[in-house]
Design a protein around this ligand. Structure first.
Ligand code: NAD
Ligand code: UDP
Length: 312
């Protein structure tokens, strides 16, 4: 199999690349490095089955014949997609269309990385794939949420009208090694703050919830979905739900830090709760997450210490 991975220098893209290489695929990774880090691919420097191209997927390109396209390119952390607002809308529209054209041209399978953000601030809990969501179309987060919702519509249209073998994964909050230490997501922020002995910045009252999935579990789910015959969206995430206060405590426990909490304003439209119903993934893919938060945090800590030199 020759596989194209967009967003390959990012957190999830680099792990997916490793997994595909371990399965004897040949991988072309592309990334414009707007939020990615070549350090995530440095260990592949002498891997003959891997090639990297720095490029923006918003400009049409032809990678040559490929059997599968994994489209992961997009800023993903709230501070980054707010900084890159127009770029996020473009990669979720023009960029997705360009990669769908590649899949169509080479009769390749296609998987798009969608998100639990499609549910917005959900009124249904936990969230099933049949829930249509509660999204502010003009709020700050709309650059990400609406790009992802448009992308899902585009993917389904290529499937329905052009017969492309597409897959849509709705990814819930995922963490692990290679999460960028300064990209502003909650797990990376709290770990870095704890390792530096700084206060953990809790936004709002910390009673909002998220459900955190360890990266290895997520990649397993994505790979299974890519090989399935399911074309409708599938939630992949860990249904164990934590408040942000509980998450802060878990990170204090994992690091042994005595950092205090500092409460800061809640960002606009920050979802109050989020938890995947993974019945569809369990039934269709025989998939469920295995790694609990405490174990995932332990594994992540090693990375944050070695990448940044913090807390060592
Ligand atoms: P990330 O920021 O680490 O990786 C995204 C990568 O895409 C980066 O390397 C970035 O440089 C690249 N990129 C962005 N725009 C590009 C463009 N125009 N052309 C080429 N490359 C471009 O984020 P991540 O957490 O690895 O997210 C990967 C995908 O998964 C994203 O599509 C994101 O929306 C989705 N997702 C992630 C999570 C999560 O919890 N990690 C949750 C839901 C959805
Ligand atoms: N959050 C927080 N402190 C931080 C970063 C994030 O309290 O330093 C909160 C944020 O307000 C949200 C949750 O943690 O409620 C998850 O935020 P993240 O940016 O990781 O992802 P989101 O799920 O909001 O896309």
């Amino acid at each position: 199999m020759r596989v194209l991975v967009t967003g390959a220098a990012g957190f999830l893209g680099s792990h997916l690349t490793d997994r595909l290489l371990a399965e004897d695929c040949t991988v072309l990774g592309v990334d414009n490095l707007c939020t990615g880090d070549l350090e995530n691919l440095a260990h592949l420097a002498s891997e003959p089955r891997f090639r990297f191209e720095e490029r923006d997927i918003c400009t049409p390109f032809d990678p040559g014949p490929v059997d599968y396209v994994f489209n992961l390119a997009s800023p993903a952390s709230p501070p980054e997609y707010l900084r890159l607002a127009i770029e996020t809308l473009r990669v979720g529209s023009v960029g997705v269309e360009n990669t769908l054209e590649i899949a169509q041209k080479y009769n390749a399978g296609f998987l798009h990385a969608s998100t639990s953000e499609c549910y917005g601030d959900p009124l249904e809990h936990p969230q099933t794939e049949t829930y249509w969501g509660n999204v502010n179309p003009v709020g700050l987060r709309s650059v990400y949420d609406e790009a992802k919702r448009y992308a899902e519509a585009l993917v389904m249209a290529y499937h329905r009208t052009r017969g492309v073998n597409t897959h849509l994964v709705r990814i819930f909050n995922t963490y692990g090694p290679r999460l960028h230490p300064s990209d502003g997501r909650v797990i990376s922020n709290f770990i870095m703050q704890a390792l530096h002995g700084e206060p953990l910045t809790v936004y709002g009252d910390g009673n909002q919830t998220r459900s955190f999935c360890y990266v290895d579990d997520l990649i397993e789910g994505i790979v299974r979905l890519s090989r399935s015959s399911e074309h409708m969206p599938v939630n992949i995430g860990n249904p164990n739900e934590f408040t942000i206060l509980e998450c802060a405590q878990a990170i204090l426990d994992a690091t042994g830090s005595s950092s205090e909490l500092r409460f800061e304003p809640l960002p606009q439209d920050d979802p109050t709760r989020r938890c995947p119903d993974i019945t569809r993934a369990r039934t269709l893919l025989g998939w469920e997450p295995r790694i609990p938060l405490s174990e995932g945090l332990r594994r992540s800590l090693e990375f944050f210490k070695s990448r940044t030199g913090a807390g060592v």
